[in-house]
Design a protein around this ligand. Structure first.
Ligand code: TYD
Length: 384
């Protein structure tokens, strides 16, 4: 498979291909890639900029509210976000806390954050960055690592940095796609080179334990097809552990068992066959088809299903740096949302199905009332 976010400048370019193999660790049950591309290779061209999204903003507000009510955040908290991207979450949080600082390795994205007023260091967060932060200011007591742990081949280096700074009354919040829901809902398109680890509460507990940290609470959310929000503290912290933690670990013996993983694998083929035949029938009947959301998930889905620009003429996306480029392997051109709304197709494949309700509402409010939607996950479904 080509790296999902290596968007091409020309449809003729042959994308670089690398093995994409998902394995299950028999010792800690973690799902992970058998082959990881180095960060330098993987992030040499970085196109992911957090979109403007009603559902994301709602999620940020829920998380902030939850943390204030749970006593995890206070008006004088100093906050550090690892993998802060363009700073959308910190912008929402900063009016409520003492100070915020972001750390992100993607130069272009850090530029966007800084221009919008979010103080951000351009680096991979690890022990040396933690020491630099400790030397220059009052160390943070609240840490966020939202949807970035899975992208890191060496998460223990990041955790070493957190452990160095985290006080006993501090908190680390990890938000990540939840492996048990990925498997339950046949989300095989979550598998791409950037996602090196597919965490469960079991595997995250083990990883955190090795860095002197322990999980005290976990909340399940619908974000991105099912995510976990994990609250962790130092091993010496006096905070007690919520019952949810042992309960989820216990459930995962079933939800992430080898037989469930085997079902997940065969379900991917069922979806592929269903999507291929749906799209073939619609095309033969003379319908026009486009996709919505030039997601990394979309690259996995389209390549796995061998769908190309012959089947899907274009893919709309709001991220301006993606527009004018082509989805690797599929060769589908990425267009602006406005271009899509000007000449809507008969059917739209929702490659960003995790924003389903929001995208359908957006298409309808742009006046495209007759477009029908193909939802690929958890099973192929048409929404009229
Ligand atoms: P995301 O689901 O985070 O994808 P992945 O992690 O699989 O790459 O990305 C959502 C994509 O959808 C992103 O490229 C922006 C795009 N998008 C729109 O084009 N319009 C919208 O209204 C929203 C919410 C997202």
């Amino acid at each position: 498979m080509p790296p999902a976010n290596w968007l091409l400048e020309s449809p003729e370019t042959d994308p670089a291909l690398y093995p994409l193999i998902l394995e299950r660790c028999s010792s800690c049950t973690n799902l992970q890639l058998a082959f990881c591309l180095s960060a330098e290779v993987l992030y040499s061209h970085y196109y992911y900029i957090t979109p403007d999204s009603i559902s994301l903003t709602r999620h940020y507000r829920w998380l902030i509210d939850f943390m204030f009510h749970g006593g995890y955040l206070a008006a004088d908290s100093d906050v550090l976000e690892i993998g802060s991207n363009r700073g959308a979450f910190l912008k929402e949080l900063s009016p409520h806390v003492g100070s915020t600082l972001g750390v992100d390795p993607a130069e272009n994205v850090v530029g966007v954050a800084r221009r919008s007023g979010v103080e951000t260091l351009c680096d991979y967060f690890d022990l040396s960055v933690a020491k630099r932060i400790a030397a220059r200011s009052k160390p943070p007591s609240v840490f966020f690592a939202r949807h970035c742990m899975a992208h890191n081949e060496f998460p223990q280096r990041m955790l070493e940095g957190v452990s160095h700074l985290l006080p006993d009354d501090g908190i680390l919040v990890i938000e990540n796609n939840y492996a048990a829901h990925m498997v339950r809902d046949s989300e095989f398109d979550q598998v791409y080179h950037e996602h090196m680890f597919y965490y469960s509460v079991t595997s995250l507990s083990e990883l955190l334990r090795r860095s002197g940290l322990r999980i005290i609470d976990v909340v399940l959310t619908d974000l991105h097809g099912g995510s976990i929000v994990v609250f962790a503290v130092t091993a010496d912290s006096r905070r007690s552990t919520a019952q949810t933690v042992p309960r989820l670990i216990d459930e995962e013996r079933g939800t992430l068992s080898p037989s469930r993983i085997a079902d997940f694998s065969s379900q991917a083929s069922v979806i592929r066959d269903g999507l291929q035949s749906t799209i073939r029938k619609l095309s033969e009947a003379g319908n026009s088809l486009a996709a919505y959301g030039a997601t990394a998930k979309g690259a996995t889905l389209l390549n796995f299903c061998s769908l190309t620009a012959r089947d899907i003429t274009a893919c709309a996306d709001s991220t301006y740096i993606k527009q004018g480029r082509f989805i690797p392997g599929a060769g589908i051109p990425i267009i602006a949302e406005g271009t899509l709304f000007e000449a809507p197709p008969d059917y739209l494949l929702l490659t960003a199905w995790n924003y389903k309700d929001e995208l359908i509402a957006k298409v309808r409010s742009a006046g495209a009332r007759d477009v029908k939607f193909i939802i690929p996950i958890p099973s192929v479904e048409i929404v009229e």
